[in-house]
Design a protein around this ligand. Structure first.
Ligand code: SAH
Ligand code: SF4
Ligand code: F3S
Length: 452
């Protein structure tokens, strides 16, 4: 964080983040607003004047976990009554006032559309001793809500381009915790990325729950236009985005991977299941054959594209046969990696009452079988890269061996390699020589020698 201004008394914040990149990005925004108020970040809750938990409720017993996490701070509040404890994120949005009732030492509940109000809310809690739950969901995004985030990685940055989700997949809590879909103005996004670039950022990851439906209505700009606009910024070398809904992945976006070299050939395309009846009950809005048609098109056009996905196992009513179809899909596509989860009923969602539930032991068995299959595919896809030259953004010194540098390929795999320190921060060509499940090994020097 920047040095706080001299006229503001120094204050400190302890912040813990759970959940997805959207929450990571919200935490960076929180830290930006707090930096401007004179806060510095500390790593120990006992050293802080302000404790914030940024929570997630997408799976598991999210609320119980939050209550027990808060329990760790109770004694700190007793020792220091001036301490302010705040809860943000999806559990905050969902539970609102209830959290204040249940946790007497909690001061603030800040919903997902109220991050930018943190300063005003802290004033109410600190000066007026009020306990507040600010959980209104807003249908617009003001220019000053985003754009002054405090980021730690100098080369790569998350940039939120929208918030909310209108899809209401039957299992998912996100539309309830993030509200209706709303896009930021394209000019604000481009302005933020320009500033990031001047500060040394070379790779941006555009964030939204369903980026394909991004739309700046007043400027008439859709997601593909926005990507083109970002690509025009000199100095930004790589562009990624999450998450793309398979139903809304447009032919224009598929073509853009061939037209725009800065767009990394990596697409996260969550399929959730390989069986039509399950997809229908999930309300995903596509069939397996439609998903596969888009994947086939991408793989035909760009044989080097890396695809990743999300899978839910044990959705209510998922039969052994449905699950086998998911395994068949996984084999057919050859994903670089998958994120797989056991189904977790979310209160208030349509699927919460669906039956029959798949027994927990069966869910575990299916998850293990799926992960074992994917692990083999991930290793094989890594081996396929051996002997190839990949472009790598060099991020720093390798943790494994302090002598090597580390970076990521366009497909987002970690590569460790020997190279002179001056290539840090640049995108360079690396010859891949070895593949392990979680990382690759390569050589820069030999490639140079080989190339000359
Ligand atoms: N908007 C994104 C991400 C949503 S949450 C998308 O549509 O893909 C990330 C992942 O969590 C989802 O893709 C899904 O696989 C998983 N997930 C969401 N709700 C879940 C639930 N109730 N149980 C298990 N997994 C869930
Ligand atoms: Fe949830 Fe579906 Fe929206 Fe993704 S698209 S956030 S899974 S409702
Ligand atoms: Fe979790 Fe909310 Fe993200 S529920 S996954 S933090 S959108």
């Amino acid at each position: 964080m920047d040095t706080p201004s001299l006229i503001v008394p120094e204050k400190s914040v302890f912040l813990e983040t759970f959940g997805c990149q959207m929450n990571e990005s919200d935490s960076e925004r929180l830290l930006g607003f707090l930096r401007d108020l004179g806060y510095t970040r500390v790593e120990t809750p006992g050293d802080a004047d302000l404790i914030i938990l940024n929570t997630c409720s997408v799976r598991d017993k999210a609320e119980q976990k939050v209550y027990s996490a808060l329990g760790r701070f109770k004694h700190l509040k007793e020792e220091n009554p001036g301490l302010i404890i705040a809860l943000c994120g999806c559990v905050a949005q969902q539970e609102g006032e209830r959290l204040l009732q249940r946790v007497p030492y909690l001061d603030l509940v800040i919903g997902t559309s109220n991050i930018h109000r943190v300063g005003q809310l802290l004033e109410e809690a600190g000066l007026r001793n009020k306990r507040v739950a600010a959980i209104s969901l807003s249908g617009i995004i003001d220019t000053d809500e985003y754009g002054s985030a405090s980021r730690t990685n100098g080369l790569k940055a998350f940039v939120s381009i929208m918030r909310g989700c209108d899809n209401y997949c039957s299992y998912c809590i996100v539309p309830y915790t993030r509200g209706h879909e709303v896009s930021r103005d394209a000019a604000d996004i481009i302005g933020e990325i320009r500033r990031l670039c001047l500060n040394g950022v070379r790779e941006v990851m555009l964030l939204g729950q369903n980026v394909n439906s991004y739309r700046d209505k007043s400027a008439g700009i859709n997601f593909v236009d926005l990507l083109r606009g970002v690509a025009e910024i000199d100095g930004i070398e790589r562009i990624r985005f999450v998450t793309s809904h398979p139903r809304d992945l447009s032919p224009a976006l598929i073509r853009l991977f061939g037209e725009e070299p800065k767009l990394c050939r990596h697409l996260h395309l969550p399929v959730q299941s390989g069986s039509d009846p399950v997809l229908q009950r999930m309300r995903r809005g596509y069939r397996v054959d439609e998903y596969l048609a888009k994947v086939t098109r991408l793989q035909d056009l760009y044989p080097d594209i890396a695809l990743t996905t999300d899978i839910i196992v044990g959705f209510p009513g998922e039969t052994e046969e449905d699950f086998e179809r998911t395994l068949t899909l996984i084999r057919r596509v050859g994903f670089d990696n998958i994120f797989s989860f056991k189904y977790s009923p979310r209160p208030g969602t349509a699927a919460a009452d669906y039956e029959p539930a798949v027994p927990m032991a069966e869910q575990k068995k299916r998850l293990a079988a799926l992960q074992a299959l994917q692990s083999k595919i991930t290793i094989k896809r890594g081996r396929d890269l051996v002997g190839r030259v990949e472009s790598v953004l060099v991020e720093g010194v390798s943790k494994l061996s302090g002598e090597e540098l580390t970076g990521r390929t366009a497909s987002n795999r970690v590569v460790n390699f020997a190279a002179p320190p001056e290539v840090q921060g640049r995108v360079i060509d690396v010859l891949i020589t070895e593949a392990h499940e979680h990382s690759l090994r390569g050589t820069y020097k030999e490639w140079k020698a080989y190339a000359t």
